[in-house]
Design a protein around this ligand. Structure first.
Ligand code: AMP
Length: 586
């Protein structure tokens, strides 16, 4: 397939925000795509060259792309930088410069999807001496043959920032429309670019099947290819296997313990909600190899060699997929530490053994998805738990089975909850004893109970002009709390504001309020006179050297505009400190 056909689709996808229209376009493309190209097309539609479960990064910086644009078009770097500042998107800059150049030259070679895909994929493996030049050459080679619009998307894909707004839901639905159109009696309306499945039940069943296949494989390309080959039979073939990551199950939030009991039924299993990070641990029967994946399906086995060792030593089975949480603890006092304290281990590339000693973790195993060749997903939770206890020989501070009680008694549950908080954990998980394991979804076989944080009223003191779809808006707002008459920064927020005004407080509205308050502008960054107050919700307050208040908010979210409040009412540093110290009984 020619890359220009794909670029045309990207452009069409970028020009609409309607999901149905996007899905329609993708389905038409999939129908036209040959089995040999399907993996690449589906990945490229998502702006990727590696499936979701593959942690490989391309490792290409904007600087490097600028060099490649210079090589391909002859435009000096400073000029490219200038254009970049004013346009805010290197993809568009490349497009403009290639356009200029192609007016001067006569012809260029047609780019194929395969050529683009292969060149970009190669980038990830280029390391060591001369790697920058080599990467520049690979990208420049593409840009030299690219038509202007192709250059836009080559650059964005290389930078892993495609910006065409294709979600996994659209790809899933498009797969059903493309390959099961007759079966679900799907009528296409070319003019409206929409569809109407006559057989809704059948349609829904197929959507669910494709979703489940994706949950297991984390790769729509593979799912689509198997469907093209075998139709519905593919769903049976897509069974679990150790070694390839699966999306983990997620949990809904309960309002409190009573609500939790009501939702999962009693007796229920209660476990600590460990404040660490998720590890999905695989053991492949073939070679006995242990692989650790994060919740986002990144392979972190190299970063946690000691955990690989614990699993080898203390888990007795030929093959498995375990689900658990690694929690940091203070090696001197043995007290658990918050996630923050070990988060640096995840991306660490050197001094790994030293890090493992300084920031040790304990693995708490709480689920099993696959055991000795058997798919455990539909086995009731209490039986899965029994299997875990059977195969795990626990060793505290190395590898243990998650602490659990089974109860119907609300008082006992309350005590356990207090115990979890006192042990520096986030709260508790309450799980249905008969629940199955549903990868990738918040089905409610388990719920979490954790303290609700208070919200803060914070004032906006800065921001950043957005780019791409968000250009013209001030995004990434810098928030501040009050200390006397001063305002001290406490974090940045973008979440919670809407792109469309009809959905609630929008970037547009907030930008209107902030525009006249801009005091200083440097590049895209703006400094803003304190005036606009927002109510901000968050998960947790953390100590942070990055902001002048000394604190930062974890997962901040705008709740609403507090135009009923004045600067005197902005939450003060004392309150922030108090919340920080009371959020956990440490
Ligand atoms: P949340 O991230 O708030 O949606 O909560 C779900 C996360 O809690 C999971 O992704 C796990 O990483 C974590 N977690 C901690 N302890 C447990 C547990 N005992 N059972 C299940 N998940 C747990």
């Amino acid at each position: 397939m020619k890359y220009s056909s794909l670029a045309k689709i990207y452009d069409a996808l970028e020009s609409t925000s309607k999901r149905l229209e996007k899905t329609y376009m993708i389905s038409v493309l999939l129908k036209d795509t040959h089995e040999d190209d399907i993996d690449q097309i589906i990945l490229l539609l998502q702006g990727r060259v590696f499936p979701l479960w593959d942690e490989t990064k391309l490792g290409v910086s904007e600087r490097l792309v600028i060099k490649a644009i210079t090589t391909a078009t002859g435009t000096p770097g400073e000029k490219i930088e200038k254009e970049w500042k004013s346009i805010g998107d290197l993809g568009r800059v490349a497009e403009k410069l290639v356009e200029k150049k192609s007016q001067a030259t006569l012809f260029s070679k047609d780019l194929t999807v395969k050529k683009v895909f292969d060149n970009i994929k190669t980038l990830a493996g280029i390391e060591g001496q001369g790697s920058v030049d080599h990467k520049v050459k690979m990208i420049a080679e593409l840009l030299s043959s690219a038509k202007p619009i192709e250059a836009r998307y080559v650059v964005r894909t290389v930078l892993e920032d495609l910006r065409v707004g294709v979600g996994t839901g659209s790809i899933r639905d498009a797969i059903v429309w493309a390959y099961f159109g007759d079966q679900a009696k799907i009528n296409y309306d070319d003019e409206k670019k929409s569809i109407d499945p006559e057989n809704r039940e059948e349609y829904k069943r197929l959507v669910d099947s494709v979703q489940r296949a994706f949950d297991l494989k984390a790769d729509f390309g593979e799912v689509a290819r198997l469907i093209m080959k075998d139709g519905e039979k593919a769903f049976e073939e897509l069974a679990l296997s150790a070694g390839k990551p699966v999306n983990v199950m997620l949990y809904q939030k309960a309002k409190g313990m009573e609500d939790a009991f009501e939702r999962v039924g009693t007796p229920a299993a209660l476990e600590y909600k460990y404040d660490g990070f998720r590890m999905e641990i695989h053991k492949d029967k073939k070679d006995g190899k242990i692989t650790i994946y994060t919740r986002r399906m990144e392979d972190v086995s190299k970063q946690f060699p000691e955990v690989v060792g614990f699993v080898k030593d203390y888990v007795e089975a030929d093959s498995f997929i375990l689900d658990g949480e690694a929690v940091g603890f203070n090696p001197k006092t043995s007290k658990y530490l918050p996630f923050q304290s070990i988060s640096q281990r995840i991306r660490r590339k050197y001094d790994i053994d030293k890090m493992a000693k300084e920031f040790p973790v304990e693995l708490n195993v709480f689920d099993v998805l696959f055991l000795n060749g058997k798919d455990m997903l539909n086995v009731p939770y209490k039986e899965r738990r029994a299997e875990i206890k059977r195969i795990v020989k626990a060793k505290p501070k190395e590898l243990v089975v998650a602490r659990q009680i089974v109860t119907s008694d609300i008082n006992e549950a309350g005590e356990f909850y207090e115990e979890a908080l006192a042990a520096s954990q986030e709260g508790v998980m309450v799980k249905n004893l008969d629940g199955v394991y549903q990868p990738g979804s918040r089905v409610g076989f388990g719920v979490k109970v954790k303290p609700v944080m208070e919200s803060l009223d914070l004032v906006v003191v800065g921001g950043e002009w957005g780019t791409g779809k968000r250009s013209g808006w001030i995004t990434s707002l810098v928030l501040a709390c009050r200390k006397g008459d001063d305002f001290l920064e406490i974090g940045r927020v973008g979440t919670g504001l809407k792109e469309l005004p009809e959905e609630g407080l929008s970037f547009g509205e907030v930008t209107e309020l902030l525009k006249s308050l801009i005091e200083e502008q440097k590049g895209r960054d703006v400094k803003i006179k304190p005036s606009v107050i927002l109510e901000i919700n968050f998960e947790e307050i953390q100590k942070s050297p990055s902001y002048s208040s000394g604190y930062a908010l974890r997962f901040p979210r705008v709740i609403r505009l507090r135009d009923d409040k004045g600067l005197k009412d902005v939450s003060d540093l004392g309150l922030v400190e108090e919340l920080y110290f009371t959020q956990r009984a440490r």
